[in-house]
Design a protein around this ligand. Structure first.
Ligand code: ADP
Length: 430
C-alpha cells in the first residue's frame, strides 16, 4: 500500500479517534463536526497539492515549482526525478542526432532521405549543391518535382536499384553524378550521390586516346599495306619500285615516330619526380640553336638570346626534349625566310625559356587545346611537317613536372611565342 493511502487512512482514523469521544461525551453532532472538519482539512491539503500538480503538468519543467508537502513530497520527488531523467535522455539523444547530422553534412557524397511518397525528408549540403535543391525550402517536396530529368524520374519509378544511375546534370555545371538508391525502413529510400565527373572525364579521355592512337597508326598502316599489295601484284620497273619503297619507308618512319612519342609520353607520366641536375642553359640554348638551324636547313634565321646568369635545375633529358620540341615546331610552322628566336631570361618570378617565331601563327580558339594529345590545328599540315600531334602534350607534361607553366601567345599570319616559365626554386645563379 502506498504511503499516501496509509497517510490518508491514518488521518481518517485520527479524526475518528477524536470525534468518537467528543460525540460520546459531549454531544453527537459535535463528534460529527470534528470528524467532518478532519476530513475537510485533509481534502483541503490534498486539493492544494493536487492544484500544484495540475499547474505543473501543464508546463512540466524541471524546477522547484514541483514541491509538495507531506506524502505528496514523495510523489512530486519521483515525478521530478522521472522528468529530469527523461530530459537528460532527450538531451543525450538530441546530441547523438546532432552528431549524426554533422557526420552526414561532412560527407563528400550527397545524401538524400526520402519518405514513402518520395518526398524529401533530409538532404546534406553536398546533395543540395549536386541537385540544386535547398533543404529548408524543399523539405516535404517530391524529389521528382525538383530533379525533373526524365532518366532520373524513370529510374526512381522503375524501382530497380541494383545498378546506380549515371546522371549528367543539366544545370549548366556539366557534372556527372552516380546515384545509388538504397531502400530502408520499408519503402523509404536513401539516395547516395557520388560526383564522378573526374572519373568520367578520365574514362572519356582514355577512350578518345585509344581511338586516336588506333586512327593515327591505321592511316600509315593502310598506306603501307596498299603499297605492299601493289608491289606484290604489279611488276614495276626499277624507278617505280624505288619510289614506292621510299614512300613505304616514309610511312613506317611515321609510325615509328608516333610510337616513340607515345613511349616518351607514357614514360614521363609514370616517372618519379624529375632529377635535380644542374642544366647549363648557355650551352643548351646554343645546342638548340644549332639543332634548329640543322632542321631549317638554311631556310630560316635562327637566333639565340640569353643573359647567361642562371642555370636550371631539373631532368636534363626531359628539358632538352621539351625545349627541342618548341624549337622544332617553330621551324616547322614558319615559312622559309622567317626568324626563330630562342630566349632564356630572368623574370620577377624566376626565369623564362621562350621560342618566338614569325610563322603561320595560331587562331586564338585553338590555343587552349594545343597541348591535348593528337590535337592539331591543321592535320594535313602537321602530317606534312612530320608532326605526330603529341609534341606539345609532351612539353606540357615535362614542364608541369618542373613546376613550370607553358604560356602561348600567337597571332595568325604574324607568329607565335611559346614560353616556359620556371619558378625561382628551379633556378640556380651561375
Ligand atoms: P605536331 O606534331 O602536330 O606539331 P604539337 O603537339 O607539337 O603537334 O603541336 C600541336 C599543334 O599546334 C600543331 O599541329 C600546330 O597546328 C600547332 N603549333 C605548334 N607549334 C606551332 C607554332 N610554332 N606555330 C604555329 N602552330 C603551331
Amino acid at each position: 500500500m502506498s504511503s499516501q493511502i496509509v497517510n490518508a487512512l491514518v488521518l481518517i482514523l485520527l479524526s475518528a479517534g477524536i470525534a468518537i469521544p467528543v460525540g460520546h461525551f459531549v454531544v453527537p453532532w459535535a463528534g460529527w463536526a470534528v470528524f467532518c472538519a478532519g476530513l475537510g482539512l485533509q481534502m483541503l491539503f490534498n486539493f492544494r497539492n493536487f492544484a500544484r500538480l495540475d499547474r505543473w503538468s501543464q508546463h512540466p519543467v524541471v524546477d522547484a515549482s514541483l514541491e509538495g508537502e507531506g506524502a505528496w513530497d514523495g510523489i512530486f520527488g519521483r515525478l521530478y526525478r522521472h522528468e529530469k531523467e527523461l530530459r537528460d535522455q532527450i538531451a543525450e539523444r538530441d546530441d547523438q542526432i546532432d552528431r549524426l547530422f554533422a557526420a552526414l553534412q561532412a560527407l563528400t557524397d550527397g545524401v538524400v532521405a526520402l519518405d514513402l511518397n518520395q518526398n524529401i525528408v533530409y538532404c546534406n549540403t553536398t546533395a543540395e549543391a549536386q541537385l540544386g535543391v535547398a533543404m529548408e525550402r524543399d523539405r516535404g517536396q517530391p524529389i521528382v518535382n525538383l530533379v525533373r530529368q526524365p532518366e532520373f524520374v524513370a529510374y526512381l519509378s522503375a524501382g530497380e536499384f541494383e545498378r546506380p544511375l549515371t546522371l549528367r546534370t543539366d544545370r549548366g555545371s556539366d557534372r556527372v553524378l552516380s546515384i545509388f538508391v538504397i531502400p530502408y525502413a520499408g519503402n523509404r529510400r536513401l539516395m547516395q550521390i557520388k560526383d564522378v565527373t573526374q572519373t568520367d572525364r578520365l574514362d572519356r579521355m582514355r577512350r578518345d586516346f585509344v581511338a586516336n592512337v588506333s586512327h593515327e597508326l591505321r592511316t600509315p598502316l593502310t598506306v603501307l599495306a596498299g603499297f605492299l599489295e601493289t608491289l606484290q601484284e604489279i611488276d614495276l620497273d626499277y624507278d617505280d619500285r624505288k619510289r614506292y619503297l621510299n614512300m613505304m619507308a616514309e610511312q613506317s618512319k611515321r609510325m615509328e615516330t608516333i610510337v616513340q612519342d607515345l613511349l616518351t609520353l607514357s614514360s614521363i607520366e609514370s616517372a618519379p619526380p624529375p632529377e635535380n641536375d644542374l642544366v647549363d642553359m648557355t650551352s643548351l640554348v646554343d645546342k638548340l640553336r644549332r639543332d634548329g638551324e640543322a632542321l631549317s636547313a638554311g631556310r630560316h634565321q635562327v637566333v639565340a638570346d640569353t643573359d647567361g646568369i642562371f642555370d636550371l635545375r631539373g631532368s636534363e633529358p626531359e628539358l632538352v626534349s621539351a625545349f627541342g620540341n618548341l624549337v622544332a615546331n617553330a621551324v616547322r610552322y614558319t615559312p622559309a625566310g622567317g626568324t626563330v628566336r630562342i630566349e632564356w631570361k630572368a623574370t620577377p618570378q624566376g626565369a623564362e625559356f621562350a621560342v618566338e617565331d614569325t610563322g603561320i601563327g595560331i587562331d586564338a580558339k585553338h590555343i587552349p587545346r594545343l597541348t591535348e594529345r593528337f590535337y592539331r590545328v591543321d592535320r594535313g599540315r602537321s602530317r606534312d611537317a612530320g608532326g605526330t600531334g603529341l609534341g606539345l602534350a609532351i612539353v606540357k607534361h615535362s614542364l608541369n613536372r618542373h613546376q613550370a607553366q607553358l604560356d602561348i601567345k600567337s597571332t595568325p599570319g604574324v607568329g607565335s611565342r611559346f614560353a616556359a616559365r620556371f619558378p625561382a626554386s628551379r633556378i640556380a645563379r651561375v
